[in-house]
Design a protein around this ligand. Structure first.
Ligand code: GAR
Length: 202
C-alpha cells in the first residue's frame, strides 16, 4: 500500500534558459534531478534551488552508427539518470532533442512536455518563428503527454491562446508565450499528478 501512496518525484529535461524550470520550482513541485543535453543556463536555476543537475551531452552520442543508434544510446543514458534519482514523472521544459522509445517504455504516460504553439499547429523546434512566418493572428502554448511522435497532440492537458501583434518579433512573442507557460505548465503537472494517484505506480 505504501508504494501506492508514494509521492511523485519529477525529473526535468532542459536545453536552455530554464525559465519553465524556475516556474516549477516556484510552484513547489518536487524535483529530484534536472538533466540537460548541453551546458545551459538552466544549470544555475537548478543550483540555486539545490537540485542535482546532470548533463548527458548529445554531442557525445551523435557520431554513433546512425541517428537512431545515437538517439537510443543518448536516451538510455537519460533514463539511467532518471532512475538513479528515483524519478517517477519526467517533464520536458525546453528540451530540444528527440527521445527514443526507451524513455516512453520506462515512463509510460509519464513524460510531459510544454510546447510554444497551439498543437497540432506548428510542431517542431521553431514553433514561434513558424507561427510568425505563417502570418498567424493567434498562437499559444500546449502542455501534453509526450509520446514517440514528436509534439504529439493526442493527449493535450492544457492549452492557452494569445494574439500575435503586427509588431511582434520572435523574441517578443516568445516572451509572452513563456509567461503563459509559466502559469499553465506547473498547474497542469500538479493536476496530472493528482490523476496518477489513482493509477498503478511504475
Ligand atoms: C519554452 O518556450 C518551451 O515551450 C520551448 O522552449 C522554451 C524553453 O524556455 N520548447 C520547445 O520549443 C520544444 N519544442 P525555458 O528554457 O526558458 O524554459
Amino acid at each position: 500500500m505504501e508504494k501506492y501512496m508514494k509521492r511523485e518525484s519529477i525529473g526535468v529535461l532542459v536545453s536552455g534558459a530554464g525559465s519553465n524550470l524556475s516556474a516549477m520550482i516556484e510552484a513547489g513541485l518536487s524535483i529530484a534531478v534536472v538533466v540537460a543535453d548541453r551546458e545551459c543556463d538552466a544549470r544555475w536555476v537548478a543550483m540555486e534551488a539545490d537540485i542535482p543537475f546532470r548533463v548527458v551531452r548529445w554531442e557525445e552520442y551523435k557520431d554513433a552508427r546512425d541517428m537512431s543508434a545515437a538517439r537510443n544510446l543518448f536516451t538510455q543514458q537519460i533514463v539511467r539518470e532518471m532512475r538513479r534519482h528515483e524519478v517517477t514523472l519526467v517533464a520536458m521544459a525546453g528540451f530540444m532533442r528527440i527521445l527514443s522509445w526507451h524513455m516512453f517504455e520506462a515512463y509510460p504516460q509519464r513524460v510531459l512536455n510544454v510546447h510554444p504553439s497551439l498543437l497540432p499547429l506548428f510542431p517542431g523546434a521553431h514553433a514561434v518563428c513558424d507561427a510568425l512566418a505563417a502570418g498567424a493572428l493567434e498562437t499559444g502554448c500546449t502542455v501534453h503527454i509526450a509520446t514517440e511522435k514528436v509534439d504529439d497532440d493526442q493527449y493535450i492537458l492544457a492549452q492557452q491562446r494569445l494574439p500575435v501583434f503586427p509588431h511582434d518579433t520572435e523574441a517578443s512573442l516568445h516572451t509572452r508565450i513563456k509567461a503563459i507557460e509559466h502559469r499553465i505548465y506547473p498547474t497542469a503537472i500538479k493536476e496530472y499528478m493528482d490523476q496518477l494517484k489513482n493509477r498503478v505506480p511504475i
